[in-house]
Write a protein of this length. Structure first.
Length: 341
């Protein structure tokens, strides 16, 4: 019966063993037949050569959040694990140029601000940016990449249609295990310093292919004899995209604004007026009619109140001036003070 089995496998290499047993009229143990078919089937299957993954300079860069098993001090006596203070990592597929940036949260505003810093440090935009299902960037739905509104806006600023970077979301199966894996956590240079991340957020750049200390991205790598960027890269946009936190609100009487669970003081002269709040990974600023009315270092601890002594003194003076106007004025509607601060 073996010649008949070979004929069936030659016509249909993937024919199930149960169908073959029915075609040849097999009446004995099916296990014996399956074992023999398992030995014969590879002869009739087409060759399955393995592919080698290769990238051109500037073609692709992989981005992801790294959660090292450490605990960092967030200031004000608070400590936070790596899941609350992740490290944003980007590595190019050709030159293995690696850059990392400690960010205060996984809220969309912070990863995009750190992402732009890493791209600006590279000096060019890779044609394809690969993510592994980060919620702030997008997700996979029915084998297609669905980007968030913020990711679409960020992509639009990076370049024109023919030269813009294309974020790709990989399947959620562990970003270090697939064929596009080009960096592993153990390959990262020295991790972010756990000392005072609120004042000096840590960042690192370097290359796995270089045996020297971290160098600039335009340096020629010894092992590959080339630079990490190439003709496939897009030119970096001269104007930074609108990343970070942005909000417009009317300043309440307590002259504090809240950002990421922290309260920051604003000059009380802007009470009752509309202020524009802008923040990135390092600074928190507020503007009223184009004038700077608050400028604080970004606090990476949570549920803290950050006060500027000058704002507190100005608030005390304004309260004294209002008290001197008498009870009739104090009982009326609050005056709007000019924003000359």
């Amino acid at each position: 019966m073996e010649p008949r089995i070979r004929e069936l496998l030659q016509a249909w290499p993937t024919m199930p063993a149960t169908v073959i047993a029915e075609r040849i009229g097999w009446t004995r143990s099916l296990t014996v037949l399956k074992d023999r078919i398992r030995e014969l089937r590879p002869v009739y299957l087409p060759a399955d050569p393995a592919s080698r993954t290769a990238y051109a300079a500037g073609e692709i860069a992989q981005c992801d959040l790294w959660f090292p098993p450490i605990t960092l001090s967030g200031g004000f006596g608070q400590t936070r694990t790596a899941t609350r203070l992740p490290v944003l990592v980007m590595v190019t597929g050709y030159a293995r140029w690696l850059a990392a940036r400690l960010i205060p949260s996984r809220v969309a505003e912070d990863p995009f601000a750190g992402w732009w810093e890493l791209i600006a440090g590279l000096g060019a935009v890779p044609r394809v940016l690969v993510w592994d299902g980060e919620g702030a960037v997008g997700q996979r739905r029915r084998r297609t990449t669905v980007l968030t509104e913020a990711a679409h806006a960020f992509r639009g600023v990076l370049g024109a249609r023919s030269g813009s970077a294309i974020p790709v979301i990989r399947r959620p199966r562990g970003w270090w295990s697939g064929p596009t894996a080009i960096w592993r956590p153990r390959s990262c240079p020295a991790g972010p310093s756990p000392v005072r991340p609120t004042s000096t957020p840590s960042s690192a750049t370097g290359s796995r292919s270089s045996t020297s200390a971290p160098v600039g991205c335009w340096a020629v790598r010894r092992r590959i004899g080339s630079r990490p960027t190439g003709p496939r890269c897009c030119r970096c946009h001269p104007v930074a995209p609108p990343t970070g936190w942005q909000a417009s609100l009317r300043l309440p009487r307590d002259h504090y604004v809240r950002l990421d669970a922290d309260d920051y003081s604003v000059h009380p002269a802007a009470v009752g007026r509309r202020v524009e709040l802008r923040a990135d990974l390092e600074r928190v600023q507020a503007f009223c009619d184009g004038r700077l009315v608050a400028d604080h270092a970004r606090c990476w601890a949570r549920h803290q109140t950050i006060s500027d002594p000058g704002h507190l003194q100005a608030a005390a003076r304004l309260r004294q001036q209002r008290a001197a106007l008498g009870p009739a004025v104090r009982a009326g509607a609050p005056r709007r003070s000019s924003c000359a601060c």
